[in-house]
Design a protein around this ligand. Structure first.
Ligand SMILES: *[C@@H]1O[C@H](CO)[C@@H](O)[C@H](O)[C@H]1NC(C)=O
Ligand SMILES: *[C@@H]1O[C@H](CO)[C@@H](O)[C@H](O)[C@H]1NC(C)=O
Length: 283
């Protein structure tokens, strides 16, 4: 993802800011259900759909060690029970790292569940789930992931909903060695997604469609392990140093006290005697 591409896409931003306004024709590969993924509006939008035969999905061509990505999504409307729209960053291999957003559909009028997880070196079990303060199927809303050496922050419309800090000083594994790609897919998960699998996908409503647009990436140029990483400006205001300020922390607390429906750190029963180490200091 070179500067020329950036300049074509976004003339106002300087090259050093390294913000890539995405063109789906150039930036992603459709890797599943190709006839069900449609790139529209000159590469500015994409839709994924799901029917009984298959779902569909794409992944970014580029990968990056650290990054800030955001995308506007409009989720499957109406009766979306049993469907899952995933939107996540992941590396490869059996010791992979992953930062997950998953949107679990529901019956018409019942709320979606936003599921988040952080997997480090193949180990997850760090789920937090939320309701949204709006209907995510009516309009596009922005879902972002900031991943830098200090912290991982999940945002909805610019409001942080979750933070996973780098606590390697407390021996908590943190994803900082493997580059990740963006992945997204729409698939059938009616064995578990809606009310724990009680509500099945209603195939008479198929195809189900989720829409994406306004893909933005701030990333590090990265080609292979051991090569130098360049992230386009690492000053104090760079996304590489970004964290949660006081105001954003208030927003995060607001979300967590009003809209969080599951937090692994409150699930002592699940973990037996000890909660995961990071739970002691988590926001
Ligand atoms: C669907 O709606 C029901 C009823 O409000 C709720 O219990 C459930 O958590 C919702 N979400 C999912 C993904 O099942
Ligand atoms: C990587 O960075 C170091 C230090 O800045 C430099 O000496 C080296 O030549 C760079 N290597 C490559 C492949 O660019």
């Amino acid at each position: 993802m070179g500067c020329s591409q950036i300049l074509i896409s976004l003339s106002i931003l300087s090259c050093s800011a390294l913000i890539l306004a995405g063109d789906f024709r150039q930036d992603i590969d459709i890797i599943w259900g190709s006839n069900k993924a449609k790139i529209l509006e000159n590469g500015q939008a994409i839709t994924l759909s799901l029917d009984k035969a298959s779902g569909s999905g794409f992944q970014s061509k580029g990968q990056s060690l650290f990054g800030k990505i955001s995308m506007d999504l409009k989720l499957v409307p109406g009766n979306s029970a049993g469907t899952v729209t995933s939107y996540y960053l992941a590396s490869k291999g059996t010791m992979w790292d992953e930062i997950d957003f998953e949107f679990l559909g529901n019956l018409s009028g019942d709320p979606y569940t936003v599921h988040t997880n952080v997997i480090t070196q193949g180990k997850g079990d760090r789920e937090q789930q939320f309701r949204l303060w709006f209907d995510p199927t009516v309009d596009f809303h922005t879902y972002s992931i900031l991943w830098n050496p200090k912290t991982i922050i999940f945002y909805v419309d610019g409001t942080p909903i979750r933070e996973f800090k780098n606590l390697k000083t407390m021996n908590v594994a943190y994803p900082e060695k493997q580059a990740m790609r963006l992945h997204s897919s729409l698939w059938n998960a009616d064995d578990w997604a809606t009310r724990g699998g009680l509500v099945k996908t209603d195939w008479s409503k198929a195809p189900f469609t989720a829409s994406y647009r306004n893909y933005k990436v701030q990333n590090c140029e990265w080609s292979a392990p051991g090569t130098n990483v360049s992230c386009g400006g690492d000053g104090p205001n760079s996304w590489l140093n970004e964290g949660i300020d006081e105001n954003s922390m208030k927003r995060l607390k607001w979300v967590q006290s009003n809209f969080m429906i599951y937090n692994y750190c409150n699930d002592a029963k699940r973990f037996g005697v000890g909660l995961p180490t990071e739970c002691a200091v988590m926001n």
